[in-house]
Design a protein around this ligand. Structure first.
Ligand SMILES: Nc1nc2c(ncn2[C@@H]2O[C@H](COP(=O)(O)OP(=O)(O)OP(=O)(O)O)[C@@H](O)[C@H]2O)c(=O)[nH]1
Ligand SMILES: [Mg+2]
Length: 453
């Protein structure tokens, strides 16, 4: 991993903009303590105090005019978030105060931090690896229990642990092959080809297992898009309202009530579901309704899960319903029959029977939704899961190189080719945790952070 000695000291506000009880200004770099001390008036010089201590005092501007009473926390290298000397200044929560303090510190030679620069420094100073830096961003952005759990899992190093294990397997196999290469001249066969093949196969298996967690990891992080679709008047909007526990969409006995797509979010057992109520699909001459149907079909195509609703009165096979189903993959469709309060003994086949009026069957609808999302995946807090496209792509590349190596071994190609493929697989794997990485990748990751993180 790169070691980066940062020459300059950065400053940024770390709390959201606007008024609040307190604001925190964050400073990191070699001059942190000295510069803050030069504008601080307290009992002791900050340059003499111990790490991880808090000090009360006043901060003044460059003309020595007091700005605010503050609490200053001191963190000395290497025991800080960034690994550098760092200071946090807690002020009264006025944007004007933080602005003035930051301006003063900039006058004194500090530089305004770029988005994510504190976390970038933590990574460059080996405090965290790249997956953990990305997890910090996910934690900040997480809005449901599940997404927080997934991000915590990554920050705690579950993914890094697994990736390091795979890297070690790859390195061992590469040295195995390279050792063999050293002896080819002397015609000594140290290792059987079958041994190399079986090693590579077991790494590919492990990679496949990790890749298979992606859809699940993405759900934890980003939530699931669910489209409520069907013919007019079957109760799509009623179902949306029932789930949200509010009268969000207009419900009426007149078919063709909903025209726009209505999007609402709801957390069910900690998982974020984005529900899309859509216009009932039928052929219509009305221009507005026609546009509504186009939008319904688009929502349907984009959905992770399509809840296809019929009511108990619709009979037999239906061309329109078949057409709707054909717009998405069969495994995404959950067939629901609504209005069972009106007619219990429906002959229809469906995954779930519900009443959006009485709420009957809605719990089993939720179970079915979760089943669709998670399939057979077993998740524990200790499992490594991937939820990030970048990680997914690196793993894929690593796998591709291994498949090449595997083919090469099976065809008895020269060890040099196989060693080189395994090396490429290792590089792709290392990119995940940032052992090998490019400036572009880093810029891309850290630009998504807010300033001050
Ligand atoms: N008895 C009963 N009536 C229901 C149920 N669900 C919906 N309804 C009624 O069915 C009618 C149509 O409901 P909506 O929710 O507007 O149906 P929709 O599918 O959104 O219809 P469009 O927006 O026109 O496509 C309304 O009069 C609802 O009160 C149910 O489970 N039981
Ligand atoms: Mg509706």
């Amino acid at each position: 991993m790169q070691n980066n000695i940062n020459e300059d000291t950065i400053v940024a506000i770390a709390t959201p903009s606007g008024t609040g009880a307190i604001s925190i200004i964050r400073i990191s770099g070699p001059d942190s303590i000295e510069v803050v001390n030069s504008v601080f008036d307290g009992k002791k010089s900050l340059q003499e105090v111990a790490s991880h201590t808090i000090h009360y005092g006043k901060i003044a501007d460059i003309f020595k005019k007091p700005i605010d009473d503050v609490l200053v926390s001191i963190f000395r290298t290497p025991n800080s978030y960034t690994g550098e000397d760092s200071v946090e200044i807690s002020t009264h929560g006025s944007p004007l105060i933080s602005k003035k303090i930051i301006e003063t510190l900039v006058e004194k030679g500090l530089r305004l931090a770029e988005p994510g620069e504190f976390t970038r420094r933590a990574y460059l100073n080996n405090k965290i690896d790249l997956t953990q830096a990305e997890a910090v961003l996910d934690i900040i952005n997480s809005r449901t229990e599940a997404s927080l759990l997934g991000a915590r899992n990554q920050l705690d190093g579950m993914l890094s642990g697994k990736i390091n294990e795979l890297r070690k397997m790859l390195l061992d196999t590469a040295s195995f092959v390279e050792l063999e290469l050293d002896f080819t001249e002397e015609d000594i066969k140290l290792i059987e080809n079958t041994e190399i093949i079986s090693r590579i196969k077991s790494i590919v298996d492990e990679i496949d297992k990790l890749l298979s967690t992606y859809s699940f990891g993405k759900v934890l992080k980003d939530g699931v898009n669910v489209a409520l679709v069907g013919k007019p008047n079957v109760g799509k909007s009623s179902l949306l309202n029932y789930i949200l526990k509010e009268s969000r969409a207009i419900v009426s006995p007149i078919p063709g009530t909903t025209r726009d797509v209505i999007r609402e979010e709801v957390s069910i057992d900690g998982i974020l579901f984005r529900l899309y109520d859509t216009a009932g699909i039928r052929s219509s001459r009305n221009e507005i309704e026609k546009e509504g149907v186009v939008r319904s079909k688009n929502a349907l195509k984009d959905a992770d899960i399509v809840v296809l609703i019929e009511d108990v009165f619709q009979n037999g096979s239906d061309q329109l319903l078949d057409e709707i189903s054909s717009l998405t993959k069969a495994e995404r469709v959950l067939k629901v029959v609504n209005k069972i309060d009106l007619q219990m003994n429906s002959l229809k086949s469906a995954d779930v029977f519900i009443s959006a009026l009485t709420g009957e069957g809605i719990d089993s609808l939720f179970s079915k939704l979760k089943e669709k999302v998670f399939g057979n995946s077993v998740y524990t807090e200790k499992s490594a899961i991937i939820s990030n496209l970048r990680h997914y792509q690196c793993l894929k590349r690593s796998r591709e190189s291994l498949i090449k190596a595997l083919k090469g071994s099976e065809e008895n190609l020269s060890g040099e080719y196989i060693a080189s493929d395994i090396r490429n697989a290792t590089i792709a794997m290392s990119e995940i945790i940032g052992e090998v990485t490019s400036e572009d990748v880093l810029n891309n990751i850290f630009s998504k952070f807010c300033i001050g993180k």
